[in-house]
Write a protein that binds this ligand. Structure first.
Ligand code: NDP
Length: 461
């Protein structure tokens, strides 16, 4: 007689939860998964996938302008938000259906309900009122958008979750924040013809990225018409007639807008889940504290993905889930290595980055050779498009290892995936240089950067 109803209950059917549930079921385990909204999670339903589709849509305005230089006339171009919004939602529903199908095919039992822990081995389905017990529990509940509750009128603003479903495309939008979501939605809105303002509290957007990347993206977004106000926050949002808003900034500026988008970060979904009562320790930011095997302070309760607030990216959640199943169900203790995970910002121009930034490498006391190249890609010359590409490599003087690669420009997210293989493999600059160029491409610059723009003296300072 088994002691529990299930071998594994996964709470949350996003990228991490679904992968863990499917793989665990494949080992012969009896697995249930609970989901309170819709199968698919942030990435599929209100993150990466719909965002990327909106970015594609936003790129056409520049493409139409560029086309002129190549002999095309496209002065008939018109944009219809409703068509785009509904097509994107249809695609999201299709993908959610595929996720559901995959769970069913794997033999995972799905409960479309909110689950809370009532003791370390039991969850209660809130709507159904049913109790399910399990040998192991995996928390994969992700995160949600954050709003500064203390800001008067904050409720008049929307979050990225709402932005996908807007009834109408606003004429003017103010975006609060300077991270991934702010840069990407500024790209989307401005590309679709919306007058767009970013309000960021720091000096330069995209904190955490290399300083050259941040400067390049900020300058180019501004050049393409995004108004970027730094060193300021939103103090108040007040309602105006016809659903418009008056936004007052901490520098006393006032801006009128149709929509205000809060893009000021996300927080882990751990509230009111019975986690602490079950003995699961949370971090200061409310994430589930886990060890390198994703185990919480209660050994049979683990957590993967954004709810652990490690590296909050979909492919990371998936790899953590795979490592979890190997550890717990295949007797192969596996810790996912979070070093050198590449990331991309789908801004205009887009960013691809992997490994150490120049600042992070210097903070580690490394002596560095910095290679940097800024150039106008071939396609942009005939187009009369001023957007330039930036490529930067951070190389360790002592070992010649390429510690980081940072790209801003067309196709940067595609290029960085392959560069990430070389950085992860700890290849040296000499090995990169042995690779023959592919011509004519922008990416060839990565194997052609001969002279460093700066070269630290090898002797200790
Ligand atoms: P980020 O953490 O990237 O950025 C949050 C921004 O809001 C920062 O600029 C931050 O400023 C600012 N901020 C935070 N709190 C306040 C506040 N109280 N008042 C004013 N400004 C504030 O979060 P996002 O919401 O943009 O994205 C969440 C996460 O989702 C990302 O970190 C990433 O992990 C993931 N994501 C990944 C994407 C991708 O891979 N392409 C796309 C979208 C999201 P400061 O810099 O000073 O801290």
């Amino acid at each position: 007689m088994p002691q529990h109803d299930y071998d594994l209950i996964v709470i949350g059917a996003g990228s991490g939860g679904v992968r863990a549930a499917r793989l665990a079921a494949k080992t012969g385990a009896k697995v249930a998964i609970t989901e309170q909204v819709q199968v698919g999670g942030t990435c599929v339903l209100r993150g990466c996938v719909p965002k990327k589709l909106l970015v594609y849509a936003s790129e056409y305005s520049q493409a139409f302008r560029d086309a002129k230089g190549f002999g095309w006339t496209v002065d008939w171009a018109r944009f219809d938000w409703t068509t785009l919004r509904d097509s994107v939602q249809a695609e999201v529903s299709r993908l959610s259906g595929l996720y559901l199908q995959n769970l069913t095919n794997a033999g995972v039992e799905l409960f479309e309900d909110r689950a809370v822990l009532t003791d370390p081995h039991t969850v209660r389905l809130v709507r159904e009122g049913r109790y399910l017990s399990s040998d192991k529990i995996l928390i994969a509940t992700g995160g949600h958008t954050y709003r500064p509750e203390e800001t008067p009128g904050q409720e008049l603003g929307i979050t990225s979750t709402d932005a996908f479903l807007l009834k109408d495309l606003p004429s003017r939008v103010v975006i609060a924040g300077g991270g991934f979501i702010a840069a990407e939605f500024a790209t989307i809105f401005s590309g679709l013809g919306v007058e767009t303002t970013i309000v960021y509290r720091g000096e330069r957007i995209l904190r955490g990225f290399d300083h050259d990347v941040r400067a390049h993206v900020q300058a180019d977004l501004a050049r393409s018409g995004v108004n970027i106000i730094c060193g300021s926050t939103i103090d108040e949002i007040a309602p105006l007639a016809a659903d418009r808003k008056l936004v007052t900034l901490s520098n006393s500026m006032r801006i009128e807008a149709d929509q205000v988008l809060w893009a000021v970060g996300r927080v882990p979904n751990t509230m009111n889940m019975g986690l602490e009562a079950a003995g699961v320790r949370l971090t200061e930011r409310g994430a589930v504290a886990v060890d390198e095997y994703s185990r919480s302070s209660v050994p049979h309760i683990s957590a993967v993905g954004d709810v652990t607030d490690r590296v909050n990216l979909t492919p990371v959640a998936i790899r953590e889930a795979m490592a979890y199943v190997a550890t717990e169900f295949l007797s192969t203790p596996t810790a996912f290595d979070h070093a050198d995970v590449a990331s991309a910002v789908f801004s205009r121009p887009p960013v691809g980055a992997v490994g150490l930034t120049e600042e992070a490498a210097r903070a580690k006391g490394r002596k560095l050779k910095i290679f940097r190249s800024t150039f106008r890609p071939m396609k942009h010359i005939l187009a009369g498009n001023e957007q330039k590409t930036l490529m930067k490599m951070i190389v360790d003087v002592k070992t010649d290892q390429v510690l980081g690669v940072h790209i801003v420009g067309a196709d940067a997210p595609e290029i960085i995936q392959v560069a990430a293989v070389a950085v992860k493999a700890k290849l040296t600059k000499a090995q990169w240089d042995l690779t023959c160029a592919v011509h004519p491409t922008a990416a060839e610059e990565l194997v052609l950067m001969g002279e460093p723009v700066s070269h630290d003296n090898e002797a200790p300072a």
